[in-house]
Design a protein around this ligand. Structure first.
Ligand SMILES: Cc1ncc(COP(=O)(O)O)c(C=O)c1O
Length: 459
């Protein structure tokens, strides 16, 4: 029986059950009035603990095991895991499953901050590399197999490689070619596909096959980012060809996950995956990509507008206006048109779409761009440029995390070893990490008056 059917069945058949168990609202018998007004009673009626028939996510053996099995069939994985704490928890669990203290791991620096969390928890030693930049759009390009091979050759002890594809801005890397290299050097390939939850169902539109069917060992998907699930529903998959054991991933998840996973969220994960896989879901995905394509065609006809057209996930729209700084465009969109972009840098603006992006939104954006095109504005919109360098690493993230630290004035921090994660969010890509030297250019990104730096080790 599916989880959702089990919950519905329980509501009908077991409504007089007398559970002296958590959660204490007893499936909605008591709900705080404001919570009920906001979330409705139904949310609480679906909220269980591991009572009879509801399985246990730490060692699934019933309805949750079946749910994960069904998901693995849909994604053609060896094993799939439902995550009730986002791709963040999947990335950390993947790292804990394959890396130990001082193991070397090759990481593309445009990784999400969750990789840093995984580095602290595993104690692994990062070998950072910077993918090439596309200066015109001010974004990272794909990771190339040559990049990976160069580093694996130079560092034969590297045990795992972590890359993001599609990137925050939607750029794909060639997983078939990259995985050929990682296999040759015996490294585990972990792909952060948090933004690619639709990839499994949209191969015809993107030309990109999901990482785990293209040779990666592990991938993670945020179902909430593009697939219409609530925050922070996500999935982790192990590929059929991978030697990574399901038990190692389960153990890692048990280490970092609550013992009270949300049943409403798990039911939402089930509903989302089944929907994406259904004819209706596929039609909805097709509709989204058709709307994006239509938007791109029309927006490209505005003389001032240029749309990024590289190997990228078309659910993301990256655009620039030739006559106006991107930050000026963002300000006008926000203030005059009440349109909020996902992110903008000096050279481009990023708009995220997904299941749920309506035609009305595309039309509103199109109208705004037509109005803005050719406008004359004071162009004093200069953002502090992200230095995009690899700072010198003195301590590993774990060493730095446990190292004593002190606060100093931000202007005195140059040359000191950082003890904080300095990252603009979005996109959540770290500029300086604990253990790294703060340079003059990276110091400009410290937004606070004081910053924590490494102090004297009293040990
Ligand atoms: C590239 C990337 N990976 C991972 C994550 C973390 O995903 P989640 O919010 O599902 O934990 C994010 C979130 O913004 C992201 O942009």
């Amino acid at each position: 029986m599916s989880l959702i059917r089990k919950i519905v069945y329980n509501k009908k058949v077991n409504k007089n059950a007398c559970n002296f168990t958590t959660p204490s609202h007893s499936q909605g018998e008591f709900v705080c009035p404001d919570a009920e007004k906001l979330l409705g009673k139904k949310f609480f009626e679906c909220d269980f603990s591991e009572t009879e028939g509801f399985d246990n996510l730490r060692a699934p053996d019933g309805v949750l095991k079946e749910l994960q099995y069904n998901i693995s069939k849909i994604y053609t994985s060896k094993n799939s895991f439902i995550l009730t704490n986002g791709s963040t928890s999947g990335i950390i669990a993947a790292m804990l499953a394959v890396l130990g203290q001082n193991d070397e791991v090759l990481v593309a620096r445009n990784c999400h901050v969750s990789v840093y969390n995984g580095l602290v928890l595993t104690g692994a030693r990062p070998v950072w590399f910077l993918p090439e930049r596309d200066e015109k759009w001010d974004i990272f390009k794909s990771v190339t197999p040559e990049d990976i091979e160069r580093h694996l050759k130079a560092n034969p002890l590297i045990k795992a490689v972590i890359i993001t594809s599609p990137t925050y801005e939607g750029i794909f890397s060639s997983i078939p070619q990259i995985s050929e290299v990682t296999r040759k050097y015996g490294a585990v390939l972990i792909v952060d596909e948090a933004h690619g939850a639709l990839c499994n169902f949209a191969r015809d539109y993107t030309g990109y096959a999901p990482a785990i069917v293209s040779g990666a060992d592990i991938s993670v998907h945020s179902l909430h980012k593009t697939a219409g699930a609530p925050n922070p529903c996500a999935l982790l998959h192990i590929s059929k060809s991978s030697k990574v054991s399901a038990q190692a991933v389960q153990d890692a998840l048990n280490l970092i996950t609550t013992t009270s996973p949300s049943y409403p969220m798990m039911a939402a994960i089930e509903a989302t995956v089944e929907f994406l896989f259904s004819d209706r879901g596929r039609a909805e995905i097709r509709k989204l990509y058709d709307m994006v394509e239509d938007f791109i065609t029309k927006a490209s006809m505005i003389e001032d507008v240029e749309i990024y057209s590289g190997f990228c996930d078309k659910s993301k729209i990256l655009l620039r206006m030739k006559s106006l700084p991107a930050l000026a465009v963002a300000k006008i969109l926000n203030e005059d048109f009440k349109i909020e972009e996902e992110f903008s840098n000096d050279n481009s603006l990023l708009f995220l779409t997904g299941i749920g992006t309506s035609k009305r939104k595309f039309e509103k954006l199109l109208h705004a761009l037509r109005e803005i095109a050719g406008m004359e504005v004071d162009s004093d919109f200069v953002a502090e440029k992200n230095p995009i360098t690899l700072p010198q690493m003195i301590y590993t993230p774990r060493e730095a995390y446990f190292h004593p630290s002190v606060y100093v004035d931000a202007e005195e921090a140059v040359g000191r070893i950082c003890s904080e994660v300095v990252l603009p969010y979005p996109p959540g890509i770290p500029v300086i990490l604990p253990g790294e030297i703060i340079t003059e250019s990276s110091a400009k990104f410290i937004m606070t008056e004081k910053i924590r730096v490494a102090g004297i080790d009293r040990a």
